[in-house]
Design a protein around this ligand. Structure first.
Ligand code: SF4
Length: 384
């Protein structure tokens, strides 16, 4: 029997069931349990510069960031937290190293959560009781963020280096101290710059506990290398159902981190897809400039929120097939482009008109999708 499409978006397929973690609430964003995997980033401004920090948070919010972390290395930064937490459109997490007094300042300032790095805070273990009390009273979750570069000295001696076992032992030890003091709103990260170590650490942590997990490859590097490392490591874990919130760390503007994070989640169907451009790599058979075409179509449709798939293909080998499968596509040849909409050829245009025709048609389809209430979830563009 032939299936009849009713025009409804299909239910996305996941590679694995999500791991069952406990849920915590980071401001307005639920993390863990059945909450969608969220995307975080961190500001690069001086937190004490309230205007610049709020401006960067606004940019991050516009790029799709759901939770933002701000550094708090000085008293001036701590003093700025209350205004930033109040005015930010997304939950703000204060990132605390070295000085436990700023943990209390962040809780008092109304931050949505606090990240602590026990390896970097002297006498942290002695302070856990007070921190747990203050965080419990205000329902402020704590992220225990263990990093390979600042592992507890005791564990470094025991394991010789930051092995997955050492990272996990450190995190679970700190979590157990909080638990002893009746505090349970904890999420954990065990970051390492080597994706293999990092993946092993998170696998062990996932097997040993039900804490929600914040995924990160620390010091992942400049944009190209960091994107690959993060995609590989997050892809391995998320495809096994591990991970509740992610932060891509790049030596690049934070909005780039968000773009990469969102794309990783979209690729795994953990987030509804928006515009997707399916374009071929081009080869000796190409009869148009595929790169230029794909770039121009991508630029022309930037910001589109509906789940539209657009195929841009360079010749007739795979072109008609891909263009037919997409919502909209072009199969090029002999200086012309056959334009497909929902599998049907609607017209053939000269090469010079391919881009504008695709953009016009994409706008019409997007408008219809919006009318039909398909706000986002499966847009894509293919070029052949
Ligand atoms: S669609 Fe045509 S031009 Fe593009 S890679 Fe395939 S064979 Fe080459």
């Amino acid at each position: 029997m032939t299936a009849i499409s009713l025009g409804m978006p299909s239910v996305p397929t996941l590679l694995a069931e999500r791991r069952k973690s406990r849920q915590i609430q980071v401001g307005s964003v639920a993390v863990g349990g059945d909450a969608p995997v969220s995307v975080q980033s961190m500001t690069t401004t001086r937190t004490s510069d309230i205007g610049a920090t709020l401006q960067q948070i606004a940019e991050l919010t516009a790029s799709g960031c759901q939770i933002v972390r701000v550094a708090c290395p000085t008293q001036d930064d701590a003093d700025a937290l209350a205004v930033i937490a109040k005015k930010s459109q997304i939950p703000v997490i204060a990132d605390i190293h070295f000085q436990p007094k700023y943990v209390f300042a962040a809780i008092d300032a109304g931050c949505a959560a606090v990240r602590v790095n026990p390896g970097n805070i002297k006498q942290f273990d002695d302070k856990v009781r007070e921190i747990a009390k203050a965080a419990n009273e205000t329902r402020t979750p704590i992220r225990i963020g263990v990093n390979a570069g600042s592992l507890d000295k005791r564990l470094l001696q025991k394991y010789g280096k930051a092995t997955p076992e050492a990272l996990v032992e450190s995190a679970l030890w700190e979590a157990s101290l909080f638990e002893e003091h009746g505090f349970h709103d904890i999420k954990i990260s065990v970051k390492h710059n080597d994706p293999v170590v990092m993946v092993n650490a998170y696998r062990q942590l996932a097997a040993a506990s039900d804490y929600p997990l914040h995924l990160g490859v620390t010091e992942a590097g400049p944009a190209f290398q960091g994107t690959i490392k993060s995609a590989v490591a997050f892809g391995a874990l998320l495809s096994e159902g591990i991970g509740d919130t992610i932060r891509v760390s790049l030596s690049a503007p934070p909005a780039e981190e968000v773009k990469v994070g969102l794309q990783i989640l979209e690729s795994l169907n953990l987030k509804p897809r928006r515009l997707e451009i399916v374009s071929c790599p081009s080869c000796g058979r190409a009869q148009v400039d595929v790169y230029k075409l794909a770039e121009e179509v991508t630029a022309g449709l930037e910001g589109m929120e509906v789940p539209l798939r657009v195929a841009v293909m360079g010749c007739v080998v795979n072109g008609p097939g891909e263009a037919r499968e997409a919502d909209l596509g072009v199969a090029s040849g002999n200086g012309k482009g056959q334009i497909f909409v929902k599998g049907e050829v609607i017209k053939t245009v000269p090469e010079s008109k391919i881009v504008e025709t695709l953009i016009d048609e994409a706008m019409k389809i997007a408008e219809q999708m919006e009318k039909d209430g398909i706000a986002s979830g499966e847009p894509s563009v293919s070029v052949s």
